[in-house]
Structures are given as structure tokens and as C-alpha cells.
Design a protein around this ligand. Structure first.
Ligand code: ZN
Length: 270
């Protein structure tokens, strides 16, 4: 049995890209840990802590995840302006990569992690905190000597089809669709396709725990509301697959990235 650590940028990111895989891994007896870089808040934290971290813990409990940790950073935002740090903590993009990677590596060593899940070099759709997750995750895997690094992503053709579906259903979608066509990963780069159809109901229930994101004014809120209201079979059709890139695996015409860890450990089975 392997220990899998999924490193995400914000609470709710764990569900859409990796929720089914984490639920499946936990159900199959692996140890599953989620680490988030940011607490989902731009502002100073209220006394009782970040409500979004509480939602993350609720979501993780639904997925069967064994442990949830926060690396200690605030959100950086995705606008044109990078706001000053709140008085109580730094924004993730301002964090020193080596220091942040050191914090993650300490957790990876403590857990004796076999697999670290991070993000592709685009950080999926380019949110600065997601790009930073790629950089910090990659460095932490080297520092801790983690055997297998997997980058959670989506094939671009699937992204294009999903945005088409969102438009056809007339769900408000305030993302730059042309930019999304060049985001995430080309299908040729994908090394793991995980069927999580059987975990669609669990994934959907975990998504529903992110109340503030569903009911807030964020760009993804209308999409999240629509997903949570779908019948589980339809949710499974839309989000019943998850994709990963193992950057250490050579793809046709591309050299494999050098990797400092020992030979690849247990794989998340496609
Ligand atoms: Zn995010």
C-alpha cells in the first residue's frame, strides 16, 4: 500500500481535478494526505480560522482522506494586481520557493510519501497560486526524494468540450475560453487516465461541502452549483475521469525530465 500526498493550491481544488482518484485510492487501502498551500482567504483570518479550510476538511472526510494540512499561506488572487500581504501571513506567490518546498518536504518525509500529486507547468489554467504549486511541488519531491511525481491536469480537447457544454447549458462562465484552449496539457502528454465513475457520487458530495464557493460570487460558482445539482450519473459522465502526467516518463519526441528520487514506486493505476 502506498502513501499518496496531493498538493493543491486552494480548498476546492482537491475535488475537481483529483477527488475521484483520492477517493478511489483511499477505498483501495492507500494512505491519502491533502496539503493545501493557501487557506482560500485573501484577507486576515477570523479568530476561528479560515472557513474554507473547514470546508476542505469536510470535503476530505467525504473522500476518505486521512490527513489534511495547510502550508500556511494566504491566497494571491488572480487579478491584474497582486495585493499586499495580509498582516498575519504571506501570499503564496510571494513565498520563497525553497522555503515553501522545505515545508512540504518535511511533511513528505514525515509521511514517507511514495507519490506526490502536484500541477502541470501551466498550473492548469494559469492561476498564479497554481503555477507556484507546480514549482514548489517539483522542488519538494526532489528535496524529500519522493519516487513518483504526478501532475494533475486535463487534456486540452476535454477542456474545450467541457467549456462547450457549459455554454450550451447557458451556465455563466467568465473565463477566457481562448486562453483555456492553450491551458492544461496536450492529450499526448497524459500518462495516467483514471476512471473514477464509481466514485462520482462521492466526488459530487465532496464538492457540495464547499458551500462558500458554491454560493459566493466567484467565477466558478455557477458551474459548481450546476455540478452539485446534476443527477450523479450525469456528474459521472462529465467528471468521471481524471488525468495525470508523470514528467519522468519520456513521451515520443521528448526527453524525460531528470528526477532525483529513487525508481518510480507504486503507480496510481489507470
Ligand atoms: Zn485554486
Amino acid at each position: 500500500m502506498a502513501t499518496i500526498v496531493a498538493f493543491h493550491a486552494h480548498p476546492d481544488d482537491e475535488v475537481l481535478l483529483t477527488g475521484g482518484t483520492l477517493a478511489r485510492a483511499a477505498a483501495e487501502g492507500h494512505r491519502v494526505v491533502i496539503v493545501v498551500a493557501c487557506d482560500g482567504m485573501m484577507r486576515p483570518l477570523p479568530e476561528e480560522g479560515s472557513p474554507r479550510l473547514a470546508e476542505l476538511r469536510a470535503s476530505a472526510a467525504v473522500l476518505g482522506v486521512h490527513r489534511v494540512e495547510h502550508l500556511g499561506y494566504a491566497d494571491s488572487g488572480h487579478g491584474a494586481i497582486l495585493h499586499p500581504d495580509p498582516p498575519d501571513r504571506a501570499r503564496f506567490v510571494r513565498a520563497d520557493t525553497e522555503e515553501a518546498a522545505g515545508r512540504l518536504a518535511a511533511l513528505l518525509r514525515e509521511e514517507n510519501a511514495d507519490v506526490l500529486i502536484g500541477y502541470d507547468p501551466n498550473g492548469g489554467y494559469g492561476h498564479p497560486d497554481h503555477v507556484k504549486v507546480h514549482e514548489v511541488g517539483k522542488r519538494a519531491a526532489v528535496l524529500a526524494g519522493v519516487g513518483t511525481m504526478l501532475e494533475a491536469t486535463m487534456p486540452r480537447d476535454v477542456v474545450v468540450r467541457l467549456t462547450g457544454l457549459i455554454r450550451a447549458l447557458r451556465i455563466p462562465f467568465r473565463y477566457d475560453i481562448d486562453a483555456l484552449r492553450a491551458a492544461y496539457s496536450p492529450a499526448s502528454a497524459i500518462t495516467h487516465r483514471v476512471n473514477v465513475r464509481r466514485y462520482a457520487r462521492v466526488k459530487q458530495a465532496a464538492l457540495a461541502r464547499h458551500h462558500s464557493q458554491m454560493n459566493g460570487r466567484g467565477r466558478l460558482a455557477p458551474v459548481m452549483r450546476a455540478l452539485v445539482r446534476m443527477p450523479p450519473w450525469a456528474f459521472g459522465l462529465v467528471l468521471g475521469r481524471e488525468w495525470f502526467v508523470n514528467p519522468a516518463v519520456a513521451r515520443p519526441g521528448e526527453p524525460a525530465e531528470p528526477h532525483a528520487g529513487p525508481p518510480p514506486g507504486p503507480r496510481v493505476r489507470p
